[in-house]
Design a protein around this ligand. Structure first.
Ligand code: AMZ
Length: 237
């Protein structure tokens, strides 16, 4: 399993929020490109770019993200506020390795199925969960849709994987919910990228043991409490 640093952008700056709540910024860095370059220079094998402005329906950061994607030199996954085929195509044309679609995919599964077939192996379904329920629209709306049903539908689709952020523990630096993560990975029919609360190498090991493909790390690398470049195999477990 690889660890991927998150570059979350709100108000056109790199931020780390607690539980995704605007106003809870623990970290604010003004330069998106510089922050992305920093993680690549530390050996990050991949970048996780999230446009929170777009996820909240505000003017997006897609041009800045496209520049990062084109020059990063490592694979990038990108999401947040993606609601159209042209937005998916814009990021793929810029060289994104994969594009994360959450809200629109959950709200309009038929549209998502069409996009998944149009861009095979390129889409990640963003399925973030709070108290065991799927959460959308910047984690401000809960959806009454069973996770098992979404997994069932996914079996037919050539998606690259599923991103699951555990919102209950996200941004708190207290560690992951290893049992919830393991259950998610066990049930999901495709590769899983876990996110939310990764605070120690033990958390990373637990994600690897569960069979996840990757773990997104945010607060812990920004606060310096986790240093993946110092691991026995940097950024890997
Ligand atoms: O922090 C938040 N409030 C937040 C966040 N990090 N809200 C959404 N997201 C991320 C999801 C996924 O990567 O984890 O945005 C992406 C999905 O966005 P959308 O707009 O397609 O639901």
């Amino acid at each position: 399993m690889i660890a991927i640093p998150a570059v979350d952008v709100l108000d056109h700056k790199v931020v780390q929020l607690v539980g995704g709540v605007p106003g809870s910024q623990q970290v604010v860095l003004p330069d998106i490109a510089k922050t992305a370059d920093h993680w690549v220079s530390m050996g990050a094998p991949c970048l996780h770019l999230v446009d929170l402005d777009a996820a909240f329906g505000k003017p997006d950061n897609s041009d800045a993200f496209c520049e990062v994607i084109a020059s990063a030199g490592v694979p990038c996954e990108v999401g947040g506020g993606i609601r159209s085929e042209s937005q998916i195509a814009k990021y793929l044309d810029a060289g994104a390795d994969r594009v994360i679609v959450g809200t629109k995919a959950i709200k309009e599964p038929e549209w998502f199925a069409e996009m998944a077939r149009k861009f095979p192996g390129k889409l990640i379904l963003g399925m973030d969960t709070k108290g065991g329920k799927i959460s959308i629209k910047g984690w401000q709306e809960e959806v009454d849709l069973s996770i098992d049903k979404v997994f069932e539908d996914l079996r037919q689709l050539p998606v690259r994987g599923v991103l699951n952020t555990n919102i209950d523990v996200e941004g708190q630096g207290k560690g992951v919910n290893a049992a919830a993560n393991a259950e998610f990975v066990r049930k999901c029919p495709c590769p899983v990228i876990l996110s939310g609360g990764f605070a120690s190498y033990e958390d990373i090991k637990a994600g690897a043991a569960a069979g996840a493909e990757a773990a997104v790390i945010g607060m812990a690398v920004y606060k310096g409490t986790m240093k993946p470049w110092e691991w026995e195999t940097p950024w890997k477990a």
